[in-house]
Design a protein around this ligand. Structure first.
Ligand SMILES: [Fe+2]
Length: 290
């Protein structure tokens, strides 16, 4: 094609779009057209300098180098820029009454251990004892028998098991199945607020932006059942100091619940506790898929 020489700061955008105009995958073409247009517009609007461009390249390189099988710095970057919440929100517009979705986060693993109902998913993780119970239903109140419930959480110091370099077995995560009436229960520890890992490039960026790295206390849930849309969500702890400034913008009012404190005595598992223990009850409502 002629006209692709002597490109200047105006004509470069159309030249790139013309060059990729033969893209056969229509969705890829749409995404790359928009990406190029926005990226170029961003560079023009900010009058991006060469040294700033280099800084950005170095930053993205550092983000990549920070990633491993146990650390996902790109998800942290997406989460802290609000991109994850935006993508979740525009892909999970649900009928009124369904449990809202929120960000997936970087700490899920695909091979968490299975537990029977009532099992202790903390698996020895440090923290105050907590008993979690609830139901999984559909939008019309029908029980979702046998729903698969994955839960994962941080310990009392705010660390997930996978952040421990000496990890030998998973702690604070598990897979359970609701009973025939959609009920579930398990034992764990109380969730506490925690800073996202901020010893890498995303942490440096947050600091430069004058932002704190904290998330309010929460339990992560992923609930799946045939005939229903997969639900990825959190339950947040009422009263947490960071509910209004979550570093990853994940809080939704409908997902906040009370962790009820009980004095020492008999727990729901009929064991005696000589320290305070907590209970949490939360009902999940799944969106049917057609
Ligand atoms: Fe989390």
């Amino acid at each position: 094609m002629n006209g692709m020489r002597n490109l200047d700061e105006e004509s470069i955008t159309q030249a790139v779009l013309a060059r990729q105009s033969e893209t056969t995958n229509p969705r890829l073409k749409e995404i790359m057209t928009s990406l190029v247009q926005h990226l170029h517009a961003f560079a023009r609007e900010t009058k991006l300098t060469e040294s700033e461009w280099e800084t950005a390249i170095e930053f993205m390189t550092d983000v990549g180098h920070m990633c491993s099988s146990k650390r996902q710095e790109f998800i942290l970057l997406s989460d802290t820029l609000g991109l994850s919440t935006l993508v979740v929100a525009q892909n999970h517009r649900k009928p009124q009454g369904c449990t809202e979705a929120t960000v997936f986060g970087p700490f899920h693993v695909s091979d968490a251990p299975q537990y029977e109902l009532g099992g202790d998913v903390s698996n020895g993780m440090k923290g105050k004892p907590c008993f979690v119970s609830g139901t999984v239903t559909g939008i019309n109140g029908e029980a979702v028998a046998g729903a698969t419930i994955e839960v994962w959480q941080a310990d009392q110091d705010g660390f997930y098991d996978v952040q421990n370099p000496d990890l030998e077995h998973y702690q604070g995560r598990g897979v359970l199945h609701a009973d025939a009436s959609g009920r579930f229960n398990f034992k764990s520890i109380v969730a506490e607020s925690y800073p996202i890992p901020h010893d890498g490039p995303v942490g440096k960026l947050l600091e430069a932006l004058g932002r704190h790295p904290w998330r309010p206390a929460h339990l992560h849930f992923m609930i799946t059942a045939p005939g229903y849309e997969r639900l990825v969500t959190h339950v947040f702890r009422e009263g947490d100091a960071y509910l209004d400034t979550d570093v990853v913008f994940g809080v939704r009012s409908s997902l906040i619940a009370d962790w009820i404190k009980h004095p020492p005595g008999a727990g729901p598992d009929n064991q005696h506790y000589d320290r305070d223990f907590y209970t949490l009850d939360f009902n999940f409502v799944l969106n049917p898929c057609d």
